[in-house]
Ligand binder design. Structure first.
Ligand SMILES: Nc1ncnc2c1ncn2[C@@H]1O[C@H](COP(=O)(O)OP(=O)(O)OP(=O)(O)O)[C@@H](O)[C@H]1O
Length: 981
């Protein structure tokens, strides 16, 4: 059966940002009574059986437990009791198949061991021979006779049968491991009775090894070679604690603790539990409601009757909002809502919106189960209250217009189109693999992972409260059309000269992965690529035959954009012979895009990489979803892409510690930078990572301009780049003195020692076109880069540099030496490739994100398809981050601009912007002032808007920036004509 995950869900195939979810009052699950009755029965039968109370108890004890399991029955009774109690208490335990097998093996082995040891005891009493041809029969016969004598079927027991009370012996010597144990001990007694024990002990050790390492021999292998697939137990629970407990890295037990007043994505839980063999869901845990709600939606029929006691929640919208915002936003309807929880502690207090969808026949008939293949559009359509057929999409639209909620929790602005996710292509690779360390323990630490999935979105991480100010509500943006005039109130207070402390929103929630596009089902593409690969393999073999080379294709890896054929040669054939066939292969396969890797890293095979017939996009989301659990607290972990094998590649920037990205124009550099930036936004709060973006091209990084993570506005003036880098060097030196004062060696150790508000955030500098900077101030820039890259690692400062001119005057020897990790996208010539990677190969890449990735210390680069993120997704992410916290730049970095402009910051009024007067009027009339509002209203760029805000502040029209609070407008309801500010 197809494994079902949340992302497979038909609702998610709809390419829609919103799913309508119905929440109805459901105080108790329907099956709860059944559970309690079941639990009571289990406990009841356990007690009467173990105590041999009543005839039924004696019968069950004798016939099922003692006969089969012998002494082991007491352990089973204990387990039954525990199971009964857990059901009764509402604890749910989900066990994977391999654990069931492990349990069965444990029972069998234990029974065998007990019986075998008993035989040795009998041998010591001279009741049992060392070796006998009739051993097996004797043992079985003796066991059955013994059992019968001790059971209610013994002649004595039958004579004096008691219906209630104890009867018969509790422990009979012959019981041992029951018929199971005696059977095995009997069979293996032909190895002599000691041989049987020894074999059983060996198997026991193998069993332990299986449990703790995932393989029979694992425990006996050196640590490095162990599969490390031991069983994992996850406990899901929730309480009022604000922090989620961090799962232990190595322990088999992990605990996912979700504060019960917050919501989290089903993916987060599903992906956590997917990697777990035993999932224990505590009664306090209520998070699967979301999933339940989706399933209910699918299971429901839809009709249009109106009903009052129900609420509709736009599932994605709600999940995507920070709790603070959920509370603060003035939704027209619903205003405040919460999912009802089991136990019914929180009830929705909601003005009831009109209702268009209503469930019918819950869990009955056609809809009672979950059908993997059902599409939401296949759902039956019933007559609606509007006298016409309404399908789900229509209902959804109608609801949207009523509810007036945008996907990101803001008030919908008239005429504004909400971003709809672009359809992404991704490949469907086998996702059931396991976590593989790519090049550990080498640094930088890079991981390729196909394995257990862990969504990291929205996981509150402990120890990261760098906050300096209490939570502030997000302002609601409103625009008044009618100005009020003629009353003058000057609200000005004494001018505050010092900058307010940097505001950090303590309720800042990491963006949810649902903001990113889903991966698309590429089954068709994969099928076609598979067929094409088969034909290509035949052609490659033909070429070898034609040139009398004893080699053939032995393996094929179909990646997202490239297929890699593994060629094996007969002994004595030179690798160079295959290399020399490159042009002939190109000819035979009618393609230019061939790259030969000789040999493949870690294999005695030569790789021939050929572009796929159809390429699949690799989405950022599919990579982020597969970050393993143990990496979830790594702040600087960023997604790179997928290798030709379909493995996930991601990297920790702090281990890297700097990255050079180069490739010709249109090869995918900017997308790569965007995925790196987006990975950081998805995993870090503004207090944890600060970004300095230098974008001489002016267009690539402009979208990030309002991010709360920024140290300074995106620097697009090349003249400002070096002063900014100098500021970073100064910060680096300051950090070094802080580190040495504390006697620590790096920022991680420092942050562990200091109070939350003193913690230092990481700084990531991104330069998206080094060539432009090198042209303006080559030597100085090179010096600054050298200083930062040489020293900044311990201070938590990392640099990513991109360029489309991989020539030696841009990527100088100094820069190359100091930036050991490189990504090469397609370039024009092998010389360019050598400049980037010190070897050729990048000239054979096919562009569009096709890359060679060479982390520090890895000689042979890995070919990969870069992760893709669309502009829509980036906008959504940025908007989400911005909606939670306003931008507050570092004063030092803001001063760069002023200093550089000749220190004319006190002279802002001297060159008034032509829009100044108009904007001032607008601000006063509406009593609202924010950079983004002005940007939107007057369609101007960020820099200009923020300059205008500064001027307004300078002139006393508005107050200083105050964290997330809206700025004060000092002049209220003014007669504009009388005002000369
Ligand atoms: N990982 C990827 N997957 C799929 N398509 C990609 C990927 N990366 C880039 N592309 C495609 O290539 C186009 C160019 O990418 P990008 O803008 O990143 O190139 P660039 O190297 O930054 O170019 P320039 O230097 O001119 O800015 C994108 O618009 C996109 O269509």
């Amino acid at each position: 059966m197809k494994k079902r995950t949340y992302t497979d869900h038909p609702l998610n195939d709809q390419n829609q940002t919103t799913a309508i979810i119905k929440v109805e009052k459901k105080p108790r699950r329907n099956d709860a009574i059944g559970w309690v009755i079941g639990a009571l029965l289990v406990v009841f039968f356990t007690i009467i059986s173990v105590g041999r109370i009543t005839l039924i108890g004696q019968f069950i004890d004798d016939v099922i437990f003692t006969f089969l399991f012998g002494w082991f029955k007491y352990l089973l009774y204990f387990c039954c009791l525990i199971v009964g109690l857990t059901i009764f208490l509402g604890v749910k335990i989900k066990i994977k198949r391999r654990v069931r097998w492990m349990t069965i093996c444990f029972i069998i082995l234990t029974c065998w061991l007990v019986s075998a040891i008993l035989l040795i005891y009998q041998f010591s009493q001279n009741q049992m021979p060392f070796f006998d041809q009739q051993s097996f029969l004797k043992i079985i016969k003796a066991y059955i006779k013994n059992w019968q004598n001790a059971s209610i079927f013994s002649p004595e027991a039958l004579k004096s049968i008691t219906f209630v009370g104890f009867n018969g012996q509790w422990i009979t010597l012959g019981a041992g491991g029951g018929i199971i144990g005696n059977f095995l001990a009997g069979v293996f007694s032909y190895l002599t009775i000691f041989g049987s024990v020894v074999l059983c002990v060996i198997l026991y050790l193998g069993w332990f090894s299986w449990v703790f390492t995932g393989s029979f021999w694992g425990l006996f292998l050196p640590k490095k070679r162990r599969a490390n697939k031991g069983i994992r137990v996850t406990k899901l629970w929730s309480n009022k604690a604000k922090k989620i407990k961090k799962p232990g890295n190595n322990s088999i037990y992990q605990s996912l603790n979700v504060p019960d007043d917050e919501f989290f994505t089903p993916q987060q839980v599903m992906h956590t539990t997917e990697s777990s063999d035993i999932t224990i869901q505590m009664p306090s845990y209520t998070a699967l409601h979301d999933q339940q709600l989706i399933e209910d939606l699918i299971a429901d029929d839809f009709v249009g009757k109106k009903k009052t006691k129900q609420n509709y929640v736009k599932f994605d919208d709600y999940n995507n909002q920070p709790p603070q915002q959920r509370r603060d936003n003035n939704f027209t309807s619903p205003q405040d809502f919460s999912y009802p929880r089991t136990g019914g502690t929180k009830k929705p207090v909601v003005p009831q919106p009109e209702q268009y969808i209503q469930p019918r026949n819950r869990r009955s008939g056609l809809n009672s189960g979950f059908d993997d293949n059902r599409n939401i559009n296949d759902l039956p359509v019933y007559s609606s209250a509007f006298g016409q057929n309404v399908d789900l999409n229509e209902a959804r639209n109608k609801l949207n217009s009523q509810a007036d909620i945008t996907p990101f929790g803001k008030i919908k602005r008239e005429g504004q189109q909400m971003p709809s996710p672009a359809v992404e292509q991704t490949s469907l690779y086998d996702e059931s693999g396991e976590v593989k360390d790519f090049n550990q323990p080498r640094e930088p630490e890079t991981f390729i992972n196909n394995g257990p999935i862990q969504s990291t979105a929205e996981v509150e991480r402990p120890g990261n409260d760098f906050w300096t100010a209490p939570p502030k509500p997000q302002p609601k943006v409103e625009i008044f059309e009618q100005p009020r005039r003629n009353v003058v109130i000057d609200k000005r207070e004494p001018v505050v000269t010092s900058r307010p402390p940097v505001f950090n929103n303590p309720n800042y929630k990491l963006p949810n992965l649902t903001l990113l596009n889903e991966k698309q089902d590429n089954a068709n593409n994969n099928e076609q690529n598979k067929m094409a690969a088969h034909n290509k393999a035949l052609k490659i073999n033909e070429v070898f035959q034609q040139f009398n080379i004893a080699a053939s294709v032995q393996g094929v890896n179909i990646g997202p954009t490239i297929t890699k054929f593994e060629i094996q040669m007969q002994p004595g054939v030179k690798v160079n012979k295959i290399m020399s066939l490159e042009n002939d292969l190109k000819y035979a396969l009618a393609t230019q895009a061939i790259r030969i890797e000789a040999p493949i890293q870690g294999k005695s095979a030569v790789g021939i990489e050929i572009a796929n017939q159809i390429s699949n996009k690799v989405t950022l989301r599919e990579i982020m979803e597969r970050i393993p659990l143990e990496k979830q607290d790594k702040k600087l972990l960023v997604a790179i892409g997928r290798s030709v094998n379909g493995d996930i590649i991601f990297v920790e920037l702090d281990k890297m510690p700097h990255l050079l990205v180069a490739g010709s124009t249109g090869s995918g550099k900017s997308v790569c930078i965007n995925t790196i930036l987006s990975s950081l936004l998805l995993r870090t709060k503004p207090s944890e990572v600060k970004l300095l973006l230098i974008d001489p091209k002016q267009v690539e990084l402009a979208v990030y301009n309002n991010l709360p993570h920024l140290l300074a506005p995106v620097i697009s003036d090349t003249k400002l780049a070096n002063p900014a880098l100098k500021k970073v060097i100064a910060e680096m030196e300051r950090r070094y003195s802080l580190l040495s004062a504390r006697g620590v060696r790096n920022i991680e150790a420092f942050n562990l020692k200091v109070a939350p508000e003193e913690k230092l955030p990481y700084i990531v500098i991104i330069i998206d076109e080094l060539a432009d900077l090198m042209m303006t101030a080559g030597k100085e820039i090179e010096d600054s880069i050298m200083r930062i890259t040489q020293l900044a690692r311990a201070a938590g400062i990392h640099m990513i540099i991109a360029t489309q001119r991989p020539s030696t005057d841009v990527i100088t020897g100094v820069i190359k030496t100091n930036i050991p990790s490189r990504i090469a996208f397609a370039v024009a010539s092998s010389i360019d490739s050598r400049t980037i990677l010190d070897q050729s190969g990048a000239e054979k890449l096919i562009g569009y994100g096709d890359m060679l990735y060479a982390p520090a210390g890895q000689n042979i680069p890995t070919r990969a398809q870069g992760a893709y993120i669309s502009d829509d997704e980036i906008e959504r992410l940025v908007e989400y981050c911005q909606s939670q916290q306003e931008t507050s730049y570092d004063e030092d970095f803001l001063n760069i601009e002023n200093n550089h402009n000749g220190g004319n910051n006190g002279d802002l009024t001297s060159e008034l912007d032509p829009l100044y007067q108009e904007i001032k009027n607008f601000v006063i009339l509406n009593q609202k002032a924010s950079t983004s509002l002005i940007q939107r209203k007057f369609s101007i760029g960020y820099n200009r808007a923020s300059r205008l805000m500064d001027t307004l502040e300078e002139n006393g029209v508005i107050g200083p920036q105050n964290g997330a609070k809206p700025r004060d407008v000092y002049i209220q309801n003014i007669d504009l004509d009388d005002n000369d500010y």
